[in-house]
Design a protein around this ligand. Structure first.
Ligand SMILES: [Zn+2]
Ligand SMILES: [Zn+2]
Length: 93
């Protein structure tokens, strides 16, 4: 069986920094984490004390991208699309 070719640098980064993303709903600060370390995530943003979100509020799927605005699983919005007056856009939509 042939393995899919993957960029090993990206893979290494994922392994080092974490597979999933948590972000602050207030200031947009992001943290990467591993599901194994989920319990150690801070409850509040280390920058501003705001709410830290690390799962979809609708279906509890973990969030894979720091730039996600909607859940990959169910399409529910995971964060406000506007932060600091900048709209996060997805290319091609
Ligand atoms: Zn914050
Ligand atoms: Zn979801």
């Amino acid at each position: 069986m042939a393995k899919p070719k993957r960029n090993w640098i990206q893979e290494e980064r994922r392994k080092t920094l974490g597979d999933w993303v948590a972000f602050c709903l207030t200031c947009g600060h992001t943290l990467r984490y591993f599901l194994d370390d989920e319990d150690e995530l801070p409850r509040a943003c280390p920058q501003c004390g705001g709410e830290l979100r690390h799962r979809c509020p609708s279906c509890s799927a973990p969030i894979a991208s720091a730039f996600a605005v909607e859940c990959e699983e169910c399409g529910a919005p995971v964060r406000p699309a506007e932060l600091f007056g900048t709209t996060i856009r997805r290319p091609g939509r």
